[in-house]
Design a protein around this ligand. Structure first.
Ligand SMILES: Cc1cc2nc3c(=O)[nH]c(=O)nc-3n(C[C@H](O)[C@H](O)[C@H](O)COP(=O)(O)O)c2cc1C
Length: 217
């Protein structure tokens, strides 16, 4: 007899690793994000510490979410790279808005960001693309991301053809591939606490100022 499937309702974790209060939080969202990100990177228990779940919506308000990798965290916001003809790119170009979340479960933390999104300058995409492994550069050319493909073989054949085309020469970024910058209008830091009374501190843009406020968990 096989074991019954685990009951998700029976899974219960108490959060007690830390706290986040007004006295301890950094002065800016960027410093606080960098602080937590540094701690996530330093912890071998956390794989892909730069993974974010990126939520978009189309013009009808239909939402979609997927994981991408943050490749820049700086005063402007968070940069990620993708195919400009993908489903997410269509949403981003239509609405100019996204929401993203870093989740570092071993630290009982999440950071949510939302705000306007724009394509980065081509030079920024080119500089980043040049740092990618050659295999990933070919992959960006080979994959018509989000489209239906007939088979795995179709993708493998595209890779073979591209390897011949580029031979040993440099590979530029495909025109349909590049970065987006999410400029946060709000950034919320969540630290799990006991009894589900978690800490939530949010930095919210208010004109040219940033307001910091505590939210109920
Ligand atoms: C850990 C992880 C990292 C990923 N990183 C990226 C990324 O940086 N860029 C990207 O376009 N897709 C990335 N993907 C794939 C996306 O989740 C998604 O499948 C793809 O972008 C197509 O999404 P779309 O059809 O909604 O546009 C990643 C997936 C995982 C699980």
């Amino acid at each position: 007899m096989t074991d019954p499937a685990p009951d998700p309702a029976a899974l219960r974790q108490s959060y007690a690793r830390g706290r986040l209060d007004e006295a301890g939080v950094a002065a800016t969202w960027l410093e606080q994000l960098q602080r937590w990100f540094d701690e996530a990177v330093a912890d071998p228990a956390i794989t892909e510490p730069n993974a974010i779940q990126l939520a978009t919506a189309d013009r009808s308000g239909h939402a979609a979410v997927r994981t991408v990798l943050a490749k820049g965290i700086d005063p402007r916001g968070v940069v990620f790279y993708t195919n400009y003809e993908s489903a997410k790119a269509r949403d981003l170009d239509a609405t100019g808005w996204a929401s993203a979340v870093f989740v570092w479960l071993p630290h009982e933390r999440q950071v949510r960001l939302s705000g306007p999104v724009e394509r980065v300058e081509r030079a920024e995409t080119e500089a980043y693309f040049a740092t990618r492994p050659r295999e990933s550069q070919i992959g960006a050319w080979a994959s018509p991301q989000s489209q239906v493909v007939a088979s795995r073989a179709e993708l493998d054949d595209a890779v073979t053809a591209l390897e011949e085309r580029f031979a040993d020469g440099p590979i530029p970024p495909p025109p349909h591939w590049g970065g987006y910058l999410l400029r946060p209008a709000a950034v919320e830091f969540w630290q799990g606490r006991s009894g589900r009374l978690h800490d939530r501190l949010r930095f919210r843009a208010d004109g040219s100022e940033w307001v910091r406020e505590r939210l109920a968990p």
